[in-house]
Design a binder for this molecule. Structure first.
Ligand code: CP3
Length: 344
């Protein structure tokens, strides 16, 4: 029997498929009752992330329910901060809290990048579990936060409007800021390399706050670390597929795709498909763009917008996805409706 490549990997290899493969950012999460049940069993969010069996279970839930084309390992971008020695906890209904970084002294308390693996070993085990458990057509995606986005949380100790504490440190104490960025970059390379060795076929870099970087800072703190990470991974794993998500980059999406050797770029909801088609290097796969709020409201608007995304990106390699993560108030029925609109 001839073994055909998985649909998602074909799109990442530059093929234009008649029906785009589908996965959703935050596809395992609180909008699914089965997720809430497993999370309750784990106790809390971080315990769920570090319990390889339960993390495997929640990763598989949206695959079993919807037959999506890819599974993304269940973890969080801030686990790497914790592995580097930051304190991390989640406040129910609010979000992450971490110890803060504002001086060389704070930085001195962090661990060397090479020391992250013991703390992250449950994540590598989750990847190995999934690599064995997934249906043969389903692609396994690993991920990490991009250095700028991770740094914004490590500096402020929480999510902040406009990421102002990180911008302040960048201006006022560039040496500390740059050293932190370098530490995270180095650790991210090691973290993703280990995920790939454990069986991740694709890795995605989430730069959720790239949109608050000005043009100069975007080159230095988004593009440059992404280039370092992608180059290092491709040296070790020439066939690995990498997805970049410089969320909010606007017209700088073009510079990003021109300079970072990604197989695919994830588009947020602000990018116009027509602009992307005209400006993003041909051959590079695109994913995303659908407004996640449509999965809350459903109805004709959801079906129309889904079909618009599919038809606008016809003629170029495309993976169907949302412009940002699915929200807890989304309806699983609307996800079904969206998938039916794509697959017919
Ligand atoms: O996509 C997936 O299904 C895989 C798992 C995944 C999670 N977080 C699980 C999660 C991924 C890829 C992430 C990435 C992540 N984490 C990002 C980048 C992507 C983005 O959304 O911009 C960021 C910025 C974080 C940091 C983070 N984690 C925040 C700000 C929060 C709180 C907000 C919220 O939704 O509650 C989290 C918590 C988190 N990460 C949840 C999940 C399922 C909710 C936790 C819960 O069950 O209570």
């Amino acid at each position: 029997m001839q073994i055909k490549a998985k649909p998602l990997l074909r799109a990442l290899n530059g093929e234009t498929l008649p029906t785009p493969p589908i996965w959703l950012m935050r596809q395992a999460g609180r909008y699914l009752p089965e997720y809430k049940a497993t999370r309750a069993q784990a106790g809390d969010f971080l315990s769920l992330c570090y319990n390889s069996d339960l993390a495997t279970e929640v990763t598989l839930q949206p695959i079993s329910r919807f037959g999506l084309d890819a599974a993304i390992i269940f973890a969080d971008i801030l686990l790497l901060s914790q592995a580097l020695g930051a304190d991390l906890w989640f406040v129910e209904g609010e979000g992450p809290r971490l110890s803060t970084i504002s001086s060389m002294n704070d930085l001195g308390k962090l661990s060397p990048a090479a020391d992250i693996h013991e703390a992250l070993s449950p994540i590598y085990q989750t990847v190995r579990n999934l690599s064995a458990a997934l249906p043969i057509d389903t692609t396994l995606i690993g991920f990490a936060g991009a250095p700028w986005t991770v740094a914004t949380y490590m500096i402020a100790g929480r999510g902040t409007p406009g990421q102002s504490p990180a911008h302040l440190l960048m201006q006022e104490n560039t040496a500390v800021f740059d050293a932190l960025m370098d530490r995270i970059t180095e650790a991210t390379i090691l973290y993703l390399a280990e995920q790939i060795k454990a069986g991740a076929e694709v890795v995605k870099l989430f730069d959720s706050w790239a949109g608050s970087l000005n043009a100069v800072a975007f080159d230095r703190y988004c593009i440059s670390p992404h280039v370092k990470i992608v180059t290092a991974l491709k040296m070790q794993f020439p066939d690995v597929k990498i997805v970049g998500f410089p969320r909010g980059a606007g017209e700088k999406y073009k510079d990003y795709v021109d300079q970072v050797d990604v197989s695919c770029v994830a588009l947020d909801t602000d990018v116009k498909a027509s602009w992307a088609l005209e400006n993003l290097k041909p051959g590079v796969c695109v994913q995303g763009n659908l407004d996640p709020s449509l999965l809350v409201t459903g109805g004709n608007r959801l079906v129309e917008e889904t079909k618009r995304v599919v038809s606008e990106f016809k003629g170029r390699p495309h993976i169907f996805n949302l412009g940002h993560g699915i929200t807890p108030d989304a309806s699983p029925d609307h996800v079904e409706q969206m998938i039916a609109a794509i697959r017919g």
